[in-house]
Design a protein around this ligand. Sequence first.
Ligand code: TXA
Ligand code: MG
Length: 534
Amino acid sequence: MVLYIFYKNKRNKTSGFFFRYNNGIINVMETIIRKVDKNQIEKEVIEQAGRIIREGGLVAFPTETVYGLGANALDEEAAKKTYEAKGRPSDNPLIIHIADFGDLNRIVQNISKKAMDLAEAFWPGPLTMIFEKSDLVPYGTTGGLDTVAVRMPDDSIARELILEGGGYISAPSANTSGRPSPTTAKHVEEDMSGRIDMILDGGSVDIGVESTIVDMTTEPPMILRPGAVTKKMVEEVIGEVQIDKTLLGEETDEAPKAPGMKYRHYAPKAQLKIVQGTLKDEVNAIKQLAYEKTKKGKKVGVIASTETVSRYTTGLIKTIGTRENQSSIAKNLYKVLREFDDENVDCIYSESFSVDGIGSAIMNRLEKAAGHQIIDAHEIASKQKFRRVVFVSKSDNSRGPMAAELLRNQDLIQEYEIESRGMIVLFPEPANQKAEAIMKSHQMTLEGHETVAFSEDDLDEDTLVLTLEENQKWKIVTDYEYVKHVYTLSEYVEIDKEIPSAYGQPLVEYGKSFEILKEMIKKLAEKLNEEAKK
Ligand code: TXA
Ligand code: MG
């Protein structure tokens, strides 16, 4: 039986007592949380953390990639504790972190010229290299393998901790196995509170995705996990490298060479699907998918970019970063996935991103998080003939907005932007009060409506323009060049009735217009739904 009690104290922040009954004995672990300023590291804090590591305990610390869960890499018992705290299978080897290049030769055999060159170029930094291990490294750390992964991180807190902790710190990402890797101390706290001795809070990490792993025991060397150090960057230093075929979703029955890459990793609780195609198709497809799921009562998350976010209307929409700077996307990736977990969404749709530079790491992690479920954006987007319906009346203050609101209240298979426009609108005005009274009596409202003048922007390939009267259609057809989808409402729904303007007349006349509109809009919805099913 496991029982957590959360407890916070301002002076010395501790969190999460973890009680565990073991044959009647209760083990209590208190996680010490200390803030550390990268530019002014308190010696006393690092000494405390280093002592914990040397004594076989666990300390989470920031690196430039993600937060790591540190333990003495040369202590088999400490490795066991690491696996237990993460709930991670113990055949999944750990990376040993060093702070001094001179420490490398004690833990590995055969440091090739290529490895020296890569270390020279990228250490300290987000590069992990695989070597044959020396006898000093216990199998508990390498998951039973004769090889060992080594990295020299760039973060100053990490480096000081490594030196203070004895020089060799094993550190997997400090998340519960299967959850997105932590990029802030808060993420670590969520997963590890009460399970580890200490968390060093150094703020948000710089990169946000784990290091590039290169296996130096094969010739040519092989990239087992993409990261911020790209294939091109590695090749510029040592010439040709191979890339593990199982990365980036290539069809293969082989297991990935890095044991950790086979697990359902980095995954949010909700089902994530990547939508792939041209950016325009991706947005339209995600809008449609989010709309359909929401209609079914599901809570939908959408991963958007700065460039597209304003296009979405349905679901919980989060911006992951800008396409102009892919590093911003890498940095936010895990944070966004964790936020969706916190909000308990049922499913998540993500745009896809370029695989240039750090993009190959982003898409690799995203595809793993999605269990390689990829949706063809074009297939969905191309089914949609119209994405926008615009009702055009004379002054856009009564029949037009009524028609639009009636359509919004229909059960539509597809999501449309539904709007109304007026041929003569000099300045924005609210809806006519009598029209509003009629709508209210039918549990609808025109509240917030403002009249808008019709313009050329309302004529587009994917926009259905429906005029309330013949003369508006005629005017549009004669005044504008692009008039592909312009109809009168009555013509489009094949109901041969006029929709009279009730302007200046008693309420009952508005009521009559409403009834005609209601009949026509019902037919319109049926027609649109039939169109969407094709
Ligand atoms: O950026 C990083 O590398 C972070 C920070 C904390 O340094 N650490 C990290 O560790 O991502 P972890 O344990 O979450 O991922 C280590 C990966 C796993 O996929 C593991 O299978 C692979 O490295 N690995 C470790 N040793 C290996 C070996 N000897 N051969 C092949 N793959 C190995
Ligand atoms: Mg990990």
